[in-house]
Design a protein around this ligand. Structure first.
Ligand SMILES: Nc1ncnc2c1ncn2[C@@H]1O[C@H](COP(=O)(O)OP(=O)(O)OP(=O)(O)O)[C@@H](O)[C@H]1O
Length: 388
C-alpha cells in the first residue's frame, strides 16, 4: 500500500509538471489511505506564494476522503435540522476547496483567474482530470505534526514544558468545542475562536474518532494572548469522524481523547489506561501520570494539569468536566500561570520555550524541507549557522 501511495504521489507530481499555475513542492505524507501533497503557486503568476495541501485517496480509501470532505463542508442533519459544518473553527484545519471528480468539477462557473488576485485553488483540480477523484484542498499548516516533534523529543529524551502542554491542551479543547458547536461559516471566511454559545444551543454529536499526535499539526500563532508561545495546534483528518455516538457521548469522547493525547505527550508513550487510580474520589484511567504510593513519576508536572487530565479521563464519563469547565481551567492556566507556578520554574521561562520550539519544531522543518527540495545538502552546517 505504501508503494501504491508513493506511485500516486509521483503520478500527481507528473500531472503538475504542465500546470500553468501550480507546482508540486513536496509530499506531506502518504500511507494506506492515499497522499497529502503540497502545491505552491508558480512564481511567474503573482507576487505572493500561495500554498495549499491537497489530499488524494487511493481507490480503497475513497469513501473515507469523501466522508472527510462532508464533515469539513456544510452538512445538514435531518434529525436536528442543524448545520454540522466544522468549517470556521480556528483549531480545525480549514477546507479551501474540494471536488468529487476532477474531470467533472462541480462548480457552476469556471473559477476566474485574475491578475493581482489570489489564485482560485480550484485551478489546481484542472491538472488532476485523469484522477477518478475526490480531491480535497486544505490550508497548509506549515510546522508539521506533533508526531514529528515527538520523535525529535524522544531522541533527546526531553519533556515538553508545562506551559506548552497547557497550550496544547487548550487548543485541543477549543477544537472539541468546534466539533460540539460547529461554527458553520462559509468556505473562504476567516476562522473564529471556538467558544461555548450563549444561546442555550445543545451540543452536537460529531466525534473525531482519530485524535492522535499524527493528526495534530503545528501552525504559526497569531496575536491571540493564549497563543503567546508562538504556535497554534490544529486538528486534522476527519476521515473517521461520525455522528453516531450522539450529542452527549460524542463531545465527551472527544474531550477524553484530547486529554489522553496530552497524557501521551507527558508519558512520551501510550499511557496504560488499565492502570486506574482514584482521583478526587472517582476512578480515572490516567493513573500513569498521577503520584503513586512510592512517589511522583513526573516531579516536573503541574499537578493542576495532571488533575484536569485525570478528570477528563474518569472511567465514568458522566463525571467528566463539561467542555465549558475544561475550557475555563485550561484558559486560566495558559493566561495566568507564570514560570514560578510550576515545580521547575527554570524549565518554564519564555527563553526555554523559545529554544524548545526552535529545536523541536522549527529546525525540524528546515531539515525536512532541505532534504525534500534540495536532496542531500550540508544541513547540519546550516543549522550551526542559525544557532550562532
Ligand atoms: N493541511 C495540512 N497541512 C500540512 N500537512 C498536512 C495537512 N494535512 C495533512 N498533512 C500531512 O499529511 C499527513 C497525512 O494526512 P491525514 O492524516 O489527513 O491523512 P490520512 O489519510 O488520514 O492519514 P492517516 O491515516 O495516517 O492519519 C499528516 O499526518 C500530515 O503530516
Amino acid at each position: 500500500m505504501e508503494q501504491k501511495a508513493r506511485i500516486l504521489s509521483q503520478t500527481i507530481q507528473g500531472y503538475f509538471a504542465t500546470s500553468s499555475y501550480w507546482e508540486y513542492e513536496k509530499s506531506l505524507g502518504h500511507g494506506g489511505y492515499g497522499v497529502a501533497i503540497l502545491l505552491r503557486q508558480k512564481a511567474e503568476f503573482g507576487p505572493h506564494t500561495q500554498r495549499i495541501a491537497l489530499k488524494v485517496a487511493l481507490p480503497k480509501a475513497v469513501e473515507e476522503l469523501r466522508s472527510e470532505i462532508k464533515w469539513l463542508k456544510a452538512r445538514l442533519t435531518i434529525t436536528q435540522n442543524q448545520q454540522q459544518q466544522v468549517h470556521g473553527s480556528k483549531h480545525i484545519v480549514r477546507i479551501i476547496a474540494s471536488c468529487d471528480k476532477p474531470s467533472q468539477p462541480d462548480w457552476d462557473t469556471e473559477p476566474q483567474v485574475q491578475e493581482q488576485q489570489p489564485l482560485p485553488p480550484q485551478t489546481a483540480f484542472n491538472s488532476l482530470a485523469q484522477l477518478e477523484g475526490p480531491v480535497l484542498a486544505l490550508e497548509y499548516i506549515e510546522n508539521d505534526s506533533l508526531l514529528s516533534c515527538f520523535w525529535r523529543m524522544q531522541e533527546d529524551d526531553i519533556h515538553m514544558p508545562n506551559r506548552m502542554l497547557w497550550a496544547l491542551f487548550l487548543c485541543l479543547i477549543r477544537a472539541c468545542i468546534g466539533m460540539a458547536y460547529p461554527v458553520g461559516s462559509p468556505i473562504g471566511t476567516e476562522p473564529i475562536l471556538e467558544t461555548i454559545p450563549r444561546d442555550g444551543r445543545p451540543a452536537g454529536p460529531i466525534t473525531h474518532n482519530d485524535i492522535a499526535i499524527r493528526n495534530v499539526m503545528l501552525g504559526t500563532g497569531d496575536d491571540l494572548g493564549e497563543h503567546h508561545i508562538g504556535h497554534i495546534f490544529k486538528l486534522i483528518d476527519f476521515g473517521q469522524a461520525d455522528d453516531t455516538a450522539g450529542p452527549v457521548l460524542g463531545p465527551t469522547r472527544n474531550l477524553r481523547a484530547v486529554a489522553e493525547l496530552v497524557a501521551f505527550m507527558i508519558n512520551m508513550a501510550d499511557i496504560n489506561t488499565r492502570r486506574t487510580k482514584i482521583y478526587k474520589g472517582k476512578l480515572t484511567l490516567a493513573g500513569d501520570i498521577l503520584p503513586q504510593y512510592w512517589g511522583n513519576p513526573y516531579e516536573w508536572l503541574d499537578p493542576d494539569l495532571a488533575g484536569l487530565i485525570a478528570e477528563c479521563m474518569y472511567e465514568d464519563l458522566r463525571n467528566q468536566p463539561t467542555l465549558e469547565g475544561a475550557l475555563r481551567r485550561a484558559a486560566d492556566a495558559v493566561m495566568n500561570k507564570r514560570p514560578g507556578s510550576y515545580p521547575e520554574p527554570g524549565e518554564e521561562t519564555n527563553d526555554v520555550i523559545k529554544r524548545f520550539v526552535q529545536r523541536f519544531v522549527l529546525d525540524h522543518r528546515i531539515v525536512v524541507s532541505l532534504t525534500n527540495d534540495a536532496g542531500l545538502v550540508d544541513i547540519f552546517s546550516m543549522l550551526q549557522i542559525r544557532y550562532n
